[in-house]
Ligand binder design. Structure first.
Ligand code: KIV
Ligand code: ZN
Length: 502
């Protein structure tokens, strides 16, 4: 029988701490809900000591998540471990994840600690964490550049002090698959008590090896994979969850293993992370890229039509990619709408269904046919936490290649309607200047992207903006409309609302 490899998702910690991927509280909770719904075993919700915001988000996730273990990272200090415990203590299932570097370069230059000091710190802090909680993970940071015998000694110490999971991170993405597997086997053979704990892998993608190293670890006997949705993470990122999970599912008998992941939730999770962070995946990205299941060449199309297995090793349905079929129209009722959402894997509460249905009706007035991807765009947005301070009432844009563009924008703010006019060399810029005037702030547009969600003349456009104020953190906004200027304005307003609510 296939053994089960646990999935430890660190999108909200290693993923979120990478530049351009930050999320607000509401977004983190939505991501955690999705991870829980898709069957993730452990959710690393953050690094509690990093900031009060991080600690609050972990506590809120601990309160929300029903099935998965909720985990916080902590360095080897009592203060870090106290903060981690305070944040996770009310979770149904909880874990403290303690780490300390074990490689010569990290010990000498970063920690300024001797081997003996490292061993003693691990003994003390793992035991300290264990007095709070039974589920303790210890990570030997930069394990792949550590002396193997020293690594084993540290792991033995961690087991003696009460660790239940031992992680072998390839922190700098340095090793190759065979080397990683060898290291796992060495640990399995030389660490006393290793058979009573779970071994974990955590691989970074600096040489493009994160998924390959992870899978080599699974072949060598690893029991837990640490990964992120879309592979977001420090520098080149972490091992991508969708790639690890689908490799194991598709080649189950090769690995003699499987995971608990409901793979039909993968696409939804990927889209959620793309829209929240504003970091798109490449069209050729395995599993979730726009081209991952597109067969353009005639030979391939012919083969797939004759028998899908000629060129398809897994189906788009198996990862939850909405099909391009026309599913609903102007006359579709609420029942059909709810049915279709359920079929796509959404289980929304009544107020979210009501809002989504309103948007659907508005869209159906503009578009003859509604496809699954349109529905996904309607319900895929994470709502702004708290009240939406500003909403778009209407706008008029005057633009052309021989005139200066002007924008008149009207927003609702409480009971007031505010209107401003601005001019610039392009319509979007003019609109954004008018919005800045209304809200009385000089937001700067740091990044802007516009993509068609579906094909055809009446396709919906999705605009994603990143805005900042006074050089502070970037906030991501998203807007969807059949009119690209409206989508762009909505994205900016969405960003402004998020800014004010944080
Ligand atoms: O990459 C790394 O070493 C880490 C540890 C904290 C597990 O993220
Ligand atoms: Zn990492």
């Amino acid at each position: 029988m296939a053994r089960t490899v646990k999935i430890f998702d660190t999108t909200l910690r290693d993923g979120e701490q990478s530049p351009g991927c930050s999320m607000n509280l509401n977004e983190k909770i939505e991501v955690a809900r999705q991870l829980d719904a898709m069957g993730v075993d452990v959710i690393e919700a953050g690094f509690a000591i990093a900031s009060p915001g991080d600690a609050a988000a972990i506590a809120a996730i601990a309160d929300t998540v029903k099935n998965a273990v909720v985990c916080s990272l902590a360095r080897c200090t009592e203060k870090d471990i106290d903060a981690a415990w305070n944040a996770i203590q009310y979770a149904t299932k909880k874990r403290i994840h303690v780490f300390l570097a074990t490689s010569p370069v990290h010990m000498e230059y970063k920690l300024k600690m001797s081997e003996e000091e490292v061993v003693e710190s691990v003994r003390h802090h793992v035991a300290y964490a264990r007095h709070y909680c039974e589920d303790i993970e210890f990570s030997a940071e930069d394990a792949t550049r550590s002396d193997l015998d020293f690594l084993c000694r540290v792991f033995e110490t961690a087991i003696e002090a009460g660790a239940t999971t031992l992680n072998i991170p390839d922190t700098v993405g340095y090793v190759l698959p065979e080397e990683y597997a060898e290291r796992v086997r060495y640990v399995c053979e030389h660490v006393k008590g290793v058979e009573n704990v779970t071994l974990s892998c955590h691989c970074h993608d600096d040489l493009g090896m994160a998924v390959a190293n992870t899978l080599a670890g699974v072949r060598a006997g690893i029991g837990q994979i640490e990964c992120t949705i879309n592979g977001i993470g420090e520098r080149a990122g972490n091992a991508s969850m969708e790639e690890c999970v689908m490799a194991i599912r598709t080649r189950r008998s090769y690995f003699g293993a499987d995971t608990n992941i409901h793979t039909n939730q993968i696409y939804r999770a990927s889209r959620m992370i793309q829209t929240i962070t504003g970091v798109p995946v490449a069209p050729t990205k395995a599993i979730v890229g726009a081209n991952a299941f597109a067969h353009e060449s005639g030979i391939h199309q012919h083969g797939v039509l004759a028998n899908k297995e000629t060129y398809e090793i897994m189906t788009p349905e198996s990862v939850g990619i909405p099909q391009n079929a026309i599913v609903l129209g102007k006359h579709s009722g609420r029942h059909a709408f709810e049915d279709r959402l359920r079929a796509l894997g959404y289980s929304l509460d009544q107020s979210k269904i009501d809002k989504a249905f309103e948007k659907f009706k508005l869209l159906a007035d503009k578009k003859k046919t509604i496809k699954d991807r349109d529905l996904e765009a309607i319900v895929g947005a994470v709502p702004v936490s708290g009240a939406e301070r500003y909403t778009l009432v209407n706008f008029v844009i005057n633009s052309g290649n021989a005139i200066t563009s002007t924008a008149v924008i009207r927003l609702k703010h409480g009971d007031d309607i505010c209107e401003r006019v601005a001019a610039s060399d392009g319509p979007i810029n003019a609109a954004y200047r008018a919005l800045n005037k209304i809200v009385g702030k000089d937001f700067v547009l740091e990044d802007y992207s516009l993509n068609a969600i579906t094909e055809g003349e009446d396709a919906q456009g999705e605009a994603i903006v990143k805005i900042s104020l006074d050089g502070g953190e970037w906030v991501t906004g998203r807007g969807v409309s059949t009119d690209v200027i409206e989508a762009s304005i909505k994205a900016y307003v969405n960003g402004i609302n998020k800014f004010f609510n944080e």
